[in-house]
Design a protein around this ligand. Structure first.
Ligand code: DGL
Length: 271
């Protein structure tokens, strides 16, 4: 049996396109519907209560597209509102926290793991809880890196300012002698090179998006809902606003041009 229904992916904005990129590399024949809540981004500094309300709206938009599975690409939503999405969706839901934590536990030798993310993600300690559940001997250390989000969107991957900020954020973590660092935010894979550079290439960087794509592939098989077609997949992009430079920034995050970007409003999300 083949299931051509799309995988639904949502995020607070453009960042989740790094997760779409990982998904379409791993699963090139799966159709994808993406929703980015660009009108209300960022979610990172917002209270858990508001993020939970937004997550519900985002889920409903995807459900209107008859998705077969939902990927919560946003780390902040995965950290504080995964249960809300699971309760609302009638389909399997995958967040980015568990897959990222699992990949880190598998890769770390010293069992000393660092976590970086938005203020909301770090405050929730969702990664720390997941790591401990997987291996009680793991020690974890975390630091919020909110300025990485605008720097990645600005395209300042090689800028001196980014390097200085990265040093400031990451130095305290390296003092804890971690060997693995979880990039717990959609935007951070864009800054992989500078993060490696300032930590002197000593850390294994865990891209939660890539780890999530692995879990999604396994789930499609175990649920028997893989698309067996060998046709090129259809990627559709929906946003709650089309802000300036969205296509340009999106292209950097996705690794290719997005094509048509459609705006939807929450009131009439049946486009
Ligand atoms: N997508 C968010 C995350 O992964 C980062 C941007 C935001 O703060 O909304 O946590």
């Amino acid at each position: 049996m083949s299931d051509a229904r799309p995988i639904g992916v949502f995020d607070s904005g453009v960042g989740g396109l790094t997760v779409v990129r990982a998904l379409s590399e791993k699963l090139p024949h799966e159709n994808i519907v993406y929703f980015g809540d660009t009108a209300r981004v960022p979610y990172g500094p917002k209270s858990p209560q508001v993020v939970r309300e937004y997550a519900l709206d985002d889920t409903n938009i995807l459900l209107n597209h008859d998705v077969k599975l939902i990927v919560v690409a946003c780390n902040t939503v995965s950290a504080v509102a995964l249960d809300v999405v699971q309760k609302q969706a009638r389909v399997p839901v995958v967040g980015v926290i568990e897959p990222g934590a699992l990949a880190a536990v598998k890769r770390s030798k010293s069992k000393r793991i660092g976590i970086i993310g938005t203020v909301g993600t770090i405050k929730s300690n969702a990664y720390g809880t997941a790591l401990k559940r997987l291996d009680a001997d793991v020690e974890h250390f975390s630091h919020p890196c909110p300025l990485f989000v605008p720097l990645a969107e600005e395209g300042w991957m090689d800028h001196r300012a980014t390097e200085l900020i990265a040093k400031e954020y990451l130095f305290p973590l390296t003092q804890h002698k971690i060997d693995t660092l979880i990039l717990g935010c959609t935007h951070y894979p864009i800054l992989k090179d500078v993060i490696s550079r300032v930590t002197h290439q000593t850390l294994q960087l865990i891209d939660s998006g890539e780890a999530t794509a692995e879990v999604v592939a396994q789930l499609l098989d175990s649920e028997g809902i893989r698309n067996l077609s060998t046709m090129n997949a259809r990627l559709q992009f929906f946003v709650s606003d089309v802000p300036h430079k969205f296509a340009e920034i999106g292209e950097r995050f996705l690794g290719r041009t997005l094509g048509r970007i459609q705006r939807v409003s929450f009131a009439s999300s049946h486009d």
